[in-house]
Write a protein that binds this ligand. Structure first.
Ligand code: 4AD
Ligand code: MG
Length: 431
């Protein structure tokens, strides 16, 4: 078979004959012309079939092609100032690989449920394509950030014997003659790894039996979690703001075209640079109460409250020292006020809410044991975790960033379900 090239590279072949392999995105016909929009996963290009310059068989094949039919096109690359790509193809030959049946997704408006039922096909459309490429860039940049700072990647298990983030959202499964739970967070293992390697990160899917049907919740989502030995809450926030800045700036640099497809207002992303505002929980409560007088001091923030706070700032805001009662058992108490935990959440602008949750961890054996008992957690399952406080305990901190919420914010789309190739929610397990 002849050599073929990717559409994204056509500029290098201006004036030359090339072969492209792809799928028919769209077609227009007028008299002796067939305008075929060919996509190959890298780009879309217009291929012009002129009856006068191809064999009758080739013209007939171009006429037959249906949406999403697979085909191989050979033709000459020529400049076309009107197209976004800047080039089109003057077709000499066309080979059909398969004629597609009537494609379920057409130009007309479809409901989200219909599109989600056809997620395996919907991924081919422009907007979904752009979103998944932005997701890829966020993940690439996230790994780059930690790799270039000498953090060691330590993969943590999916099957776990205990809860990390509260027992109400655990997915339980039979594990031979015992119970196992799908991991809610790699953090506890990350802490063990930080005591071995200093700075580590884990990255993988995490699971929560979330019974909430919101635009921010998935049951399976991807989280990247750094953990650092000899690190306090302020240093943890320093890393978090540098990290999020790197993610945003990388997408702006490497995924401009995709942001354009999504019609994202990028001016709102350009100024995402340190320092990010840092406010105490009590300060956040003051802000909320001005707009929501019913808010009860000491409560956790709801989505609406987070929006009120984030609207005050033009970049992500970090709220720290939440009431210990609304936060996880492993967080260290604030030495200034034991009712507050050394916790921090990063809230994204434009109403996207929490993208990062993190904290300084309890490093004292007795205090941690007390917390485990208070939370009615099975002591035996946490014996190894308590060991970390027996053998060379040090101050340490870390955080977790949810990939899907971060992509939703950077891409400027409302719902997290479109930021992951095959979303899992309370009501969706297919396809
Ligand atoms: O705030 P969370 O629960 O923190 C932890 O799991 C810590 N153990 C992380 C750590 O310190 N290593 O979750 C962290 C982030 C949230 O800020 C959010 O971005 C995302 O994970 N997240 C979800 N994303 C989608 N769907 C859900 N159901 C999510 N739950 C949390
Ligand atoms: Mg949280």
């Amino acid at each position: 078979m002849a050599e073929y090239i990717k559409i994204k590279d056509v500029a290098r072949y201006n004036g030359q004959e090339v072969t492209l392999k792809g799928w028919l995105y769209n077609k227009r016909s007028s008299g002796k012309l067939r305008f075929l929009l060919l996509r190959d996963g890298t780009e879309i290009i217009q291929c012009v079939v002129f009856k006068g310059s191809v064999s009758p068989e080739v013209f007939e094949r171009a006429t037959q092609l249906t949406q999403e039919s697979s085909c191989i096109i050979t033709g000459v690359v020529s400049e076309d100032k009107r197209s976004a790509l800047g080039y089109e193809i003057q077709v000499n030959d066309l080979e059909i690989v398969q004629i597609a049946g009537e494609y379920p997704i057409s130009k007309k408006e479809h409901g989200v449920d219909f599109l989600m039922d056809h997620r395996h096909l919907w991924l081919r459309s422009k907007k979904q394509h752009a979103l998944i490429r932005i997701r890829h860039e966020v993940i690439r940049a996230a790994r780059e950030f930690f790799d270039s700072r000498d953090f060691t990647l330590v993969d943590t298990p999916i099957f776990t014997p205990n809860a990390a983030e509260g027992t109400t959202t655990l997915f339980e499964t039979d594990y031979f003659d015992q119970k196992a739970y799908l991991t809610q967070s790699g953090q506890l293992y990350g802490e063990a790894a930080a005591m071995a390697f200093g700075n580590i990160y884990c990255f993988g899917p995490t699971f929560r039996a979330e019974k909430s049907k919101t635009r921010r919740h998935l049951t399976e989502f991807w989280m990247i979690e750094p953990e650092m030995a000899y690190c306090d809450l302020d240093q943890d926030m320093d890393v978090a703001e540098a990290f999020v800045t790197h993610l945003v700036q990388s997408v702006l640099k490497n995924r401009r075209r995709e942001l354009e497809v999504l019609e994202r207002d990028t001016s709102k992303l350009e100024n995402i640079r340190p320092p990010f505002p840092r406010i105490h929980y009590n300060e956040a409560v003051e802000i909320i109460k001005k707009q929501n007088p019913d808010f009860i001091d000491g409560d956790d923030f709801g989505a609406a409250d987070e929006t009120i706070i984030s609207e005050q700032f033009d970049r992500p805001v970090m709220v720290h020292r939440y009431p210990a009662e609304v936060k996880a058992f492993y967080m260290k108490r604030d030495p200034e006020n034991a009712n507050h935990a050394l916790a921090m959440d990063m809230l994204a602008p434009e109403g996207y809410g929490e993208i990062i949750g993190g904290s300084q961890r309890e490093d004292d054996y007795d205090a941690l044991l007390e917390r485990i008992r208070e939370h009615n957690l099975p002591e035996k399952a946490f014996a190894w975790y308590l060991d970390l406080r027996k053998y060379g305990s040090v101050p340490h901190a870390g955080f977790g960033l949810g990939i899907e919420r971060t992509v939703a914010w950077i891409a400027g789309i409302r719902h997290v379900r479109e930021t992951i190739p095959f979303p899992r929610t309370m009501t969706r397990l297919y396809p």
